[in-house]
Design a protein around this ligand. Sequence first.
Ligand code: SF4
Length: 338
Amino acid sequence: MLPFDYGRANTVDGALAAMGDKTKHPPTSAPSQFIAGGTNMSDYMRLGVNRPSRLIDINPIEDRRLRAIEIGDPEIRLGALVRMSEVEDHPEVNRRCPMLTESLKLAASRQIRNMASLGGNLLQRTRCEYFREISWPCNKRNPGSGCSAIDGFNRQHAVLGVSDACIATYHGDFAQALIALDASVDIIGRDGIRRIRLADLHRPPGDRPDLETVLGPDELIAAIVVDVPAWAARSRYLKIRDRQSYAFALASTAVALDLDGNEVRDVRIGLGGVATVPWRATAAEDVLRGRPLTEESAGKAADAAFAGARPRQHNGFKVELGKQTLVRGLIELREMRL
Ligand code: SF4
């Protein structure tokens, strides 16, 4: 690990001021970065992927905007410094929307969930093996150097939202449940707070996979805001992986279902393990709305969800696995007793 400076911020203003202090990180050096749980960042610092000149620790900030879990109806607001385990232990979150709880519980070990902040969880970086090992060319780590995964071993890689420059999977689970509900994030910067849709936070790789989000260098996620409809009590997060713990999704789905008898009044679908960014399957939702939920209609929705898939040599199985995961999620949810 390379040497770095370390500072602590007690307030949001202090954190933003520290980040903007150019005397502490002149333009010739690697930038400063905020750190909260550090579970993803410390990995990448050890590996030499992430090389900040200075870390600004935001854990001492007691600001309610970043710390609170606020349960309204329909709005639930989750501060960015809240730990994953705090939300999964919240009975009202679980009652209102089980897929939020399940996506957190299935994300990592309890020890990591005790450490990791919600904001950091959303911003976690890909686990592409070629991104993690700095001797390989990688457009995300070293723009313009090439992508080792496209013609390499790409079993874990994405089939949706890919580009000719990068096919890395976004590995988060929580974001899939949030994007299914069209959540927003409050971003705090020098000019105050701005709210954007979560769907606009992560940038698809395009020809600049190194630009992962729309966050400016002096900005922090303050909170996640999500309107949870009453019918989201019928929701679940289904995660398929090589083993039942300590593994990322090969395919996953976050599904919330509003049924009128057997007919779909409304449905929300997020897909994980298969895309480069948190992925909402709106085409699949459109197939299902207003129709009976059957194996056949679920299969048609799954076909629509993966119509744009671009598999590579080793990850073609994800298309079928992703479809089957979605069908199973929908049908099991239909049978759920509330
Ligand atoms: Fe790098 Fe993306 Fe290619 Fe992985 S898939 S090697 S992260 S450019």
